[in-house]
Each structure stands twice: as structure tokens, then as C-alpha cells.
Write a protein that binds this ligand. Structure first.
Ligand code: ADP
Ligand code: ASP
Ligand code: MG
Length: 440
């Protein structure tokens, strides 16, 4: 069986919803994972921010605006009166719940319950639309099987077991529609897989059912060789290995949630990235096949903090790095890049939740310098570190201040740390020269 995930834009307009219907209506049994309609999760997050700041009137104004967009979409999409009413009743329930939240005290649990509504709305609406179109589909509630453990990792054995029971409970169907992003936590409270998490839902389900293939349908013809939001003349890449795709996703290629590749890699389940608005385009196939060497793609990750830890006693003092790492371990903060010299170690983190406490601890053993607003630019490709093009990097970026370099950590990745203000210029230059749009 295949798992097909459709993102926010794919379910964000009548035309695209119709495209999704045509793509999935091929008489093959499948699981369909949907995101919230584009813009909805952002609005729900903004509403929770108003509630946290005790601004109920602002929250209610946003809830009313969002409701209006749903009412308009439902009237266009559901022309069958009975189904139109069924969806409107459901949507009314959701919006009454949101209004009731504006009078409650803010908590993480309230926030999680509010942001979960986007996927609940889109799946309910889409399932009724398929019924109207005479397609055999059934809703499979994600909260009946999707769960994370105390470390916020997917609880795969729970998911495997409960997925089968969830399917048995709803009965046989050609298409099962389920919510991306949302899940239960280890206390059975509503939680989520972080922003963009519907991609992760799809590969977690793919791994749980040993799917034949997972497909991620979005608004672009697959993974491009650079970030199309900032760079001109980017191109889709037809094939990537799991390792290459995992590096790109982790280092900022927004088309994939950072963890998307993890669940399916060990079982060698292919992942295809496709464009809902252009289904005939090849897209990108991610598999265990490694094609040509050299730099295939570039991604960038923002909001990076660089920490320089300087100690005159470092060179002779074995155990110094152990002490440093233990501090990050205590505060469950993962390190992305690291370089060392005789007297200092520089490293980067992207999670600043415990930064103050980490600095306080580090200052007991060393002198600390912190640089914020940094970006990691990551160059990815098979055996990229051995490729002839690699020597060009410094020449191309001669005007950019490179703060750190990570080379050789893996064969597939070279990472550079730069100031975020230099990011767009660096990405464009690397694109132009490395992909030979311009010669040096
Ligand atoms: P969805 O809502 O379908 O999950 P996303 O917005 O999360 O879609 O991801 C698709 C977007 O990712 C594209 O529209 C594009 O702007 C952005 N993106 C960033 N880097 C890349 C890349 N390397 N290749 C393709 N798209 C990328
Ligand atoms: N709706 C969620 C978000 O906007 C999850 C997703 O789209 O993947 O982050
Ligand atoms: Mg996404």
C-alpha cells in the first residue's frame, strides 16, 4: 500500500482540492495524510499567542475571520445539501471550541488542542467531499494511533499496534484519510510533530505499515538544488539518496520536515516528492540508490547560535570536551557543528531555550563568546568532500566572512557558518558558480 501526503497548498483552494481528488482516485487502496489548509495553522498559532497575552478580543476577531474562509470554501466545495450541512455542523463545533478557549488560561495543552484543529477541519471536509464525488473513503483519526514518547520521538511499536486496530475499527475502505501533524504524547494528551510535521506523519505511517512507497505532494516539482524562496534559477533534482535528502531536510530545505527521512530509511521505503499542481512532472525520488558524485544541492538553516569556548588549559586537559558536552547533554540541547583549535572549541546550537543556563555552566570552566543571527549553509551531494568542485568554495565566497567550517563529518555534507545577513548573497553565488550558470 502507498501513503500519500498532501500539504497545506494542496488542500488550500477548491482547484487544488479537486487536483488531489483526481490524483488519489485510481482505485488503488491507499492512506492519504492531509495537512491543514494553508494559512490555518499560522492563524491558530496567532490565536494562541493572543490568548497567552490575554487578548480575547483579538483572538475572537481572528477566529471569526478564519471561520468566514471556511464557510466560503464549504459552500463552493460541497454542493450536496446534506453533506454541506454535515461539514458546517462539524466546523461550527470546532469554532465554538476555539471561542471557548479565549476565556481559558493559557497552557501548552490548550495551545496543542487549538493548533490540532486545522488538520481535523481539513480531513473532515475532504472526506465529505470525496463522499459527494462517489469515492469510497473513510476517516482514520490520527489520535487513535499516532503517539510520541517522553523524548518526543514517535512510539513506533505503539503506532504499529494501534494503527491496525484503528483500521479495524473504521472498517474496510479504498481510501483512508488521516490527519498529519497531530498525535498524542506519553500522557495521552494532544500534541504534535512540530511545524511542517505532516511529512513526518506520512513516513512514520509508511514505516509502521511497511508501505510500498511514501509520496509527499506539495506546491513545487520536487527538491530543488537550492532554496527557491531566496535564489533565482533553481532546478528540481530527480534522484537523491536517503543520506542526501536527510542532510538537506535537517539543514533547512523547507520542503521536508527535518526528520522525514528517518523512519523509512532502514526499511528502504522509497519517498517521492511530487507537485499537486503539475502531477506529470517527475519530481524527486529519494531511495537508497546513490547517483553521481559532487555538489547536488544547497540548503540553509537560520537562527543558529555560535558559542566559542576558550580555555588556556584545554590542550593538556583531557576530559575538557567531555565536561563541555555534558553541559549540553544536561540541558538536552543538540549541537550541529563543531570545530576545535589548541585553545578553543566553537560549536553551534539552534535551540536557545536553555542558552542562559548553558552559558552560566560553561563560564565555570572557560571564557565564552556567543554570536547570534548565524546561518548554516550546507552543501550536499554524494562524496561531496572528495569532489573537485570543493576547492572552488573559498574562491566563490571570498567576500563572505566564514565563521566555521565542517568538512569530513560525513562524505555527503560540507557546512559553512556565516552571518545570516550574508545568506541570500552566498546562496545565490554558490548557485551561480557551482551549478555552472556562471564560470569563475
Ligand atoms: P507543504 O505545505 O506542501 O508542506 P511547504 O511550504 O512545507 O509545503 O514546502 C514546500 C516549499 O518549500 C516550496 O514551496 C519552497 O518554497 C520551499 N523550499 C525550500 N527549500 C526548497 C528546496 N530545496 N526545494 C524545493 N522547495 C523548497
Ligand atoms: N499544519 C502544520 C503546519 O502548518 C503541519 C504541516 O503542514 O505539515 O505546520
Ligand atoms: Mg511542509
Amino acid at each position: 500500500m502507498k501513503v500519500l501526503k498532501f500539504g497545506g497548498t494542496s488542500v488550500g483552494s477548491i482547484e487544488n482540492i479537486c487536483n488531489v481528488k483526481n490524483i488519489i482516485n485510481d482505485r488503488e487502496k491507499k492512506i492519504v495524510v492531509l495537512s491543514a489548509m494553508s494559512g490555518t495553522t499560522n492563524q491558530l498559532v496567532a490565536i494562541t499567542n493572543n490568548i497567552a497575552r490575554k487578548e480575547p478580543d483579538e483572538a475572537i476577531a481572528k477566529i471569526n475571520m478564519l471561520r468566514e474562509t471556511y464557510d466560503v470554501t464549504i459552500d463552493k466545495l460541497l454542493i450536496n445539501k446534506g453533506l454541506n450541512k454535515e461539514v458546517k455542523d462539524y466546523v461550527s463545533g470546532v469554532f465554538s471550541f476555539l471561542v471557548s478557549c479565549t476565556y481559558k488560561a493559557f497552557s501548552k495543552s490548550l495551545e496543542n488542542n487549538i493548533v490540532a484543529q486545522g488538520e481535523l477541519l481539513s480531513t473532515f471536509m475532504f472526506n465529505c467531499y470525496l463522499k459527494q464525488e462517489g469515492i469510497n473513503s473513510t476517516l482514520l483519526p490520527a489520535l487513535n494511533f499516532m503517539r510520541i514518547d517522553k523524548d518526543k520521538e514517535p512510539d513506533i511499536s505503539y503506532i504499529k499496534q494501534h494503527f491496525d486496530s484503528a483500521v479495524s475499527a473504521v472498517g474496510n475502505s479504498e481510501i483512508y484519510i488521516t490527519q498529519g501533524f497531530i498525535c498524542l504524547d506519553d500522557n495521552d494528551e494532544v500534541s504534535n510533530l512540530q511545524r511542517g510535521g505532516s511529512d513526518y506523519t506520512a513516513t512514520i505511517i509508511g514505516a509502521a505499515i511497511k508501505a510500498e512507497e511514501v509520496q509527499i505532494w506539495t506546491d513545487i516539482d520536487g527538491m530543488h538544488n537550492n532554496d527557491p524562496r531566496y535564489v533565482e534559477n533553481t532546478k528540481p533534482i530527480s534522484n537523491l539518496s536517503f543520506d542526501e535528502a536527510a542532510e538537506l531536510a535537517y539543514f533547512g530545505a523547507k520542503i521536508l520536515h527535518p526528520q522525514t527521512v528517518t523512519p523509512i530509511r532502514a526499511d528502504n521505503i522509497p519517498l517521492r516528492l511530487k507537485n499537486t499542481m503539475n502531477p506529470d512532472a517527475h519530481g524527486t525520488l529519494i531511495s537508497n540508490i546513490t547517483s553521481e558524485n559532487g555538489i547536488k544541492a544547497i540548503a540553509a538553516k537560520d537562527n543558529i547560535i555560535a558559542i566559542k569556548i576558550k580555555s588556556a588549559r584545554m590542550l593538556q586537559a583531557h576530559g575538557f570536551l567531555k565536561k563541555v558536552f555534558e553541559i549540553f547533554e544536561t540541558y538536552k540541547t543538540s549541537i550541529d557543528m563543531i570545530t576545535t583549535s589548541e585553545v578553543a572549541v566553537s560549536l553551534t546550537i539552534d535551540d536557545d531555550r536553555n542558552l542562559d543556563k548553558i552559558i552560566e555552566e560553561l563560564e565555570k570552566i572557560a571564557t565564552i563568546e556567543v554570536d547570534k543571527n548565524q546561518s548554516i549553509v550546507c552543501l550536499v551531494g554524494h562524496s561531496v568532500v572528495n569532489h573537485d568542485d570543493t576547492y572552488k568554495l573559498f574562491q566563490i565566497l571570498q567576500d563572505v566572512k566564514i565563521r566555521m567550517i565542517s568538512y569530513g563529518g560525513s562524505k555527503n555534507n560540507i557546512s559553512l557558518l556565516i552571518d545570516t545577513k550574508d545568506k541570500i548573497n552566498s546562496l545565490q553565488k554558490l548557485n551561480d558558480y557551482l551549478f555552472e550558470l556562471v564560470t569563475l
